[in-house]
Design a protein around this ligand. Sequence first.
Ligand code: PLP
Length: 418
Amino acid sequence: MPTEPADRDWAGRLARVESRNVTDVRHAPPFWTEARGPRVRDAAGKVYLDFTGAFGVALAGHRHPLVEARLRSQAGRLLHGMGDIHPPAVKVEFLEALAAILPWPESRIIPGLSGSDAVEAALKTAQLATGRPGIVAFAGSYHGLTLGALATTHRDHFRTPFSERLADQVRFVPFPAPPSGAIGVLGTVTRLLDGASPVPVGAVIVEPIQGRAGVRIPPPGFLAELAGIVAERGALLIADEIFTGMGRTGTNFACDQEGVTPDLVCLGKALGGGMPLSACCGPVEVMNAWPSSTGEAIHTSTFLGNPMSCAAGLGFLEALAGDDLAGRARRLGAEALSFLSEALNGCDRVAAVRGRGLMLGVEMRDASGPDVTRRALERGLIVLPAGERGEVVELTPPAILTRDELRAGLEILVAAIR
Ligand SMILES: Cc1ncc(COP(=O)(O)O)c(C=O)c1O
């Protein structure tokens, strides 16, 4: 067999320059060079259907025309501004457009670049608003890997190497995923808020549906009851909608479907239409726990409100409304769920098929998510394993898929599972 020319050995070249903890190069992953809509092309020219939406980001598809147009126009004018000192005008336009779809009459937003940024900002906001440093988070949670956010992320895999650095003010309670109910969990949260925690609890942080834990959906009513318990005790409910938000689960925010208006919402992933962009959002009454800036902002960063990211965010928000991404996610998701349930019915290896909107999971009995993922990749479909043991195959495809593309991808998945 002819050997690959050295300059095509992307995995080998990467391994020689990137710290080894970052990319798993053992199976020579595809190196992406191009993407449009739901399709990705790799450096070898192979084309894939992307049913991860690249970590849930490409809800509007890769390079949505509205995002691309905004970026091209912005790139000809201003790439970088001075976020909190001489703010780019496009930051104002983006924040206004985002505020217009938030659930509070008057919202305030702290922009960021990553989901972790938004979580850090929310945790700081809760400290300022309540003066209580304790946090309640849920088993299985994933809120990011920067040190503040990591303290609220549950999985030992991420925590253990840094455990001595993690804030000791977080208490984890079980996440109520059926068949277990929510009553015991709500009792434990109540006790922690009522003083059972050694540090007074100022906030509860929750993913309305746990994504990376394997698309775990709590029982109906859980979020609303949790919100009630938290509100009665003067604490804040932080909804981490970084994965579930911006239409992914069939409505702009997953909390909408539970009739819950949280005190703070963290957004990221899809928000930037493919550019790094996130937001910690809340009503003005909560966000005014922050003092007015008098020049030296106490929470900011060099790239805050980056013009390119804000321009892309504007393009994404136009696509969200114009293409009815939430409605499409709802309809395509329902179709995917019924197709998979039928096609995998009676398959011994499959323990459950579940999802809401275009956030779907196939739970395998045998932790074979990574194997299925590899087989699907060979057949031209990109999916990811999720769950603590990789027991779930997670699907978060773009909402701009046609029904034929949806069907084509699901058929590959079913073949890879069977
Ligand atoms: C629910 C949730 N919160 C926070 C994060 C962290 O976001 P980021 O990786 O952009 O820092 C993620 C990432 O997967 C997530 O799924």
